[in-house]
Design a protein around this ligand. Structure first.
Ligand code: SF4
Ligand code: SF4
Length: 402
């Protein structure tokens, strides 16, 4: 295992983190009720992680059973506390709420302190202001740090680049959890700025949100040979010295094999990696009407997240990534600030965005084309149904398991 310094926290973390959001039944409320197969799955995954040299576990209050499952697994495994680090996250909105939430999270985890606490989801200006306001939750987290309940404070984000940069500049945080991978390089300036400010950089979901890499298109599979898409992307991320660790939601033995294979390949990029990188890089200039994700076209009065929709188009045109595009595109309008923006079919062709696009793209036409190729009503309905089921279970849990 390779270990890197997590920025100014000065903690050494394995470059792979065991992400705790994919254990069996993990998302099923109520949070305190732990089916045996869920606990067994978490124990097995945590053991495998420790055996592989992974010393960092990541979870969040928002992952429903996640903290309770890790709590049960850590009790069962009995590893000395100094040999592993735990990150959890939460999004309390006031100072008062913050202490109560952190104490509840520590009780679920069965720990006296967490190594890293991330304010969960600085996803837009409003949430940024709510988190960092004087007397607000981040200030309260700093008091809990002084009391020893938390060792280091950071934030996680699904926000546009400008918000991430603003949050980094506050100097309130020691680490940042963000999206950055081969198929989404827009946040490179945030990775670099975090490095300059000595913040640890944690990469969220490099395999799933990073391109559904366990199920790559034939084209991506072929371009990545002899590496797998997972290996190539992990090595791409780790080629940035600012990046500390990649969060992998491993919950089956094959996930460990797939992800650990990315390590041990020597320097980044090695003589094996380089030709792959060159083949992949050669695709981008061939994409007709490619969006550069500059964000200049925003805001759209219809609330369309133009760069994200056109990113899916880039990947579809350049890398045949239809399965990934369908998976992500059909999540729009269902995830609130975690994945904002309306379907491209809402474009009224008002033309507001056109003069702002430095590439002079015919945005309405490209949006229409992307919607036609990616929209799937059955998938949208299935997603909505799953969300409703989750909400129903959470409500049931609140009423009957208080
Ligand atoms: S043309 Fe379409 S995408 Fe562009 S600003 Fe108007 S509604 Fe939004
Ligand atoms: S302005 Fe043009 S290139 Fe930039 S994100 Fe919008 S559509 Fe893409």
């Amino acid at each position: 295992m390779e270990y890197r310094r997590f920025g100014k926290t000065n903690e050494m973390l394995s470059v792979i983190t065991l992400g705790g959001m994919r254990f069996k039944h993990g998302w099923d409320a109520p949070r305190e009720r732990l089916p045996k197969d869920a606990v067994d799955n978490c124990i097995d995954s945590t053991r495998r992680a420790f055996d592989a040299g992974i010393n960092h576990l990541e979870t969040a209050y928002g992952y429903v059973k996640g903290e309770h499952l890790f709590g049960a697994a850590l009790r069962e495994i009995g590893r000395p506390r100094g040999e592993y680090k735990v990150m959890t996250k939460g999004a309390p909105m006031t100072g008062v709420e913050t202490r109560a939430l952190v104490e509840k999270q520590l009780a679920a985890l069965g720990l006296d302190y967490v190594d890293f606490y991330g304010w969960h989801g600085i996803n837009n200006e409003e949430r940024f202001q709510a988190a960092v306001k004087p007397g607000g939750p981040v200030e309260a987290l700093h008091r809990l740090r002084e009391e020893g309940l938390i060792r280091h404070i950071g934030f996680s984000t699904h926000a546009p680049l400008n918000i991430i940069l603003k949050a980094i500049e506050t100097d309130l945080f020691s680490f940042v959890n963000l999206h950055y991978y081969y198929f989404f390089q827009r946040h490179l300036p945030a990775v670099q700025r975090a490095g300059e400010k000595d913040l640890g950089v944690f990469i969220i979901s490099p395999n799933e949100k990073g391109g559904m890499l366990w199920n790559p298109s034939e084209k991506v599979r072929a371009l990545c040979q002899p590496l797998s898409a997972i290996e190539f992307n992990a090595r791409f991320c780790l080629s940035h010295p600012e990046v500390t660790t990649l969060s992998m939601g491993m919950h089956a033995p094959e996930h460990f094999r797939q992800n650990l294979a990315a390590l041990g390949g020597g320097e980044y990029f090695s003589a094996t990696d380089l030709p792959v990188k060159e083949r992949m890089d050669a695709v981008w200039p061939t994409i007709a009407s490619r969006c550069t994700l500059c964000d200049e076209c925003l805001p759209c009065p219809e609330g369309i997240n133009i760069p994200e929709v056109l990113r899916f188009r880039n990947l579809l045109r350049g890398f045949d990534m239809k399965a990934y595009g369908r998976y992500r595109y059909n999540m729009l309008e269902g995830k609130g600030h975690w994945f904002p923006g309306r379907f491209a079919s809402n474009c009224t062709e008002c033309g507001d965005c056109l003069p702002r696009c430095p590439e002079r793209l015919d945005i309405p036409r490209l949006l229409k084309e992307t919607h036609r190729r990616l929209f799937s009503l059955p998938t949208v309905l299935r997603n909505r149904f799953a969300d409703l089921q989750r909400q129903g279970r959470a409500l049931f849990g609140k009423i009957f398991f208080r």
